[in-house]
Ligand binder design. Structure first.
Ligand code: UD1
Ligand code: CA
Length: 463
């Protein structure tokens, strides 16, 4: 297959009316990535195998500007179909980008779950044939039907709305994925007409033309119904998301991850896992996430762009965003790590603790009810319950620096910029706004008074 040049066209100019959305259909996400992103990734994989490097052509129409903005990094050619007049018209709009060499693979921008193996099987067919990816469906309603003759040879595709009752009974359908010898393409497209129930230029009409011209036509059935699923409405989008997640979890299980309930893990990005990782129920992983050997993620956690190093534990209901958690660290339950947080080995961050843009060195602990923002926290520091780094003066952010082995008494406010020396102790309830010297005790606290003989007010009996 490597010797036959491959060109790919992705059709994505349809409006997607049934989504009832202001977002173009192909920009709706599955697994955290727009539908069209999945299709482009497939195209890229196939083109990487091909002998001569070509770029996929993306046919856009409705919402084209939004599409181009989202896909500004995509290595593709853009073709604008001004007035969508059907799939044949869509492919015709891509002709200026195509050459008559090799084959043209047509993919639909709203079919995100196709497997690359399925398409490779399609490409293994003889290069001079028109090849249709088909599927056998229990309920073929809505799809174009594959018409075969008595010998089983494909003769034509008929659309739902143009089909006779006996054609409608055919269960083999056109998935919309076609492979066409490039030399015939322009000629066939030029001969399309709109004499059909929808008044459109049907790409599928080229099948009958190929048969008439003596070009072989093959229908290759897809292995599973799930992978050919096209997205037209939110119901299909939701089903597609579930199928995508099911596949990902299946892969994780094979890789050796313990997933407590495969139906209650969502991965919306790129996940790298080590050995013996355990993930409890209702976890969402977004963006680039790394879970190293022996990491355990408790129930109801959300991790986004996070690196969790070996043996670290994330306890239930924690939210980790843009953070690195060091080996053996324990985070949560109910912890929030915000971007720029770096926890070193064996750090503990406990319940209702928020950490932002801060580094906590090995063995540091903030176990309860604290805000640590824009801080450098030394090794083995203990941050008592209720401690707040007052990092914002209403105009700018300032840093708090805490030396190794310092002990911050509960309910202290550290008014940044401020530094606490190594081994310093801060008395509970202090407001620290100047440097606290190393080793010593610093506290700001009104002296305690007791008034002997003081009487608590009593309620007067009603008169
Ligand atoms: C098409 C096929 C049908 C097949 C089905 C599979 C035709 C005539 N029919 O039907 O045999 O069973 O797909 O899902 O090809 N598009 C454009 N410009 C247009 C029209 C469509 O770019 O003018 C794009 C859409 O964005 C979509 C793809 O082409 O990605 C398919 O269009 P759609 O209208 O969904 O096709 P169907 O009518 O369902
Ligand atoms: Ca249509």
């Amino acid at each position: 297959m490597g010797s036959t040049p491959l060109q790919i066209v992705i059709l994505a100019a349809g409006q997607g009316k049934r989504m009832r959305s202001s977002l173009p259909k192909v920009l709706h996400p599955v697994g955290g990535q727009p539908l069209i992103g999945h299709v482009l990734a497939l195209a890229e994989q196939l083109l990487a195998d091909a002998a001569k490097a070509t770029r996929p052509v993306l046919v856009h129409g409705h919402g084209g500007d939004q599409l181009q903005a989202v896909l500004s990094d995509a290595d593709c050619l853009w073709s604008h179909q001004g007035n969508p007049r059907g799939t044949g018209d869509a492919l015709a709009s891509a002709l200026p980008h195509l050459t008559p060499d090799g084959r043209v693979l047509v993919l639909c921008g709203d079919v995100p779950l196709l497997r690359v193996e399925t398409l490779r099987a399609l490409l293994a067919a003889p290069a001079d044939a028109v090849v249709i990816l088909t599927a056998l469906l229990d309920d073929p309603t809505g799809y174009g039907r594959i018409l075969r003759d008595a010998h089983g040879d494909v003769r034509a595709i008929v659309e739902q709305r143009d089909a006779s009752p006996e054609q409608l009974a055919v269960r083999e359908i056109n998935t919309g994925t076609l492979l066409i010898p490039a030399e015939h393409l322009a000629g066939w497209l030029a001969r399309l007409d709109a004499h059909n129930a929808q008044g459109e230029l049907y790409l599928t009409d080229i099948v009958a033309m190929a048969v008439a011209d003596g070009v072989p036509v093959l229908g290759v059935p897809a292995a599973s119904e799930a992978e050919i699923m096209g997205i037209n409405d939110r119901e299909q989008l939701a089903r597609c998301e579930r199928e995508f997640q099911r596949r990902q979890v299946e892969r994780l299980l094979i890789e050796g991850v313990t997933v407590r309930d495969p139906a209650r893990l969502d991965v919306r990005g790129k996940l790298d896992v080590g050995r013996d990782v355990e993930i409890d129920i209702n976890v969402i992983l977004e963006g680039a996430v790394v879970l190293a050997d022996g990491v355990r993620i408790g129930a109801h956690c959300i991790l986004r762009n996070a690196v969790i190093e070996a043996g670290a534990r994330i306890e239930p209901f924690s939210l980790i965003d843009g953070a690195r958690v060091g080996p053996g660290a324990v985070v949560g339950p109910y912890a929030r790590l915000r971007p720029g947080t770096e926890l070193a080995t064996d750090v503990h961050v406990g319940n209702f603790v928020e950490v932002k843009n801060s580094r906590l060195a090995a063995g540091a602990k903030a176990n309860h009810l604290s805000y640590v923002g824009d801080a450098d926290v030394g090794a083995r520091v203990n941050i008592g319950a209720g401690t707040i780094t007052c990092n914002y003066d209403g105009a700018s952010k300032h840093r708090t620096v805490i030396g190794d082995d310092a002990f911050i008494g509960s309910n202290s406010s550290l008014v940044a910029p401020v530094s606490i020396g190594e081994g310093a102790t801060i008395g509970a309830g202090s407001v620290i706004s100047r440097e606290a010297p190393a080793g010593g005790l610093t506290l700001t606290r009104a002296p305690q008074k007791s008034l002997p003989g003081w009487q608590r007010p009593r309620k007067q009996p009603p008169e």
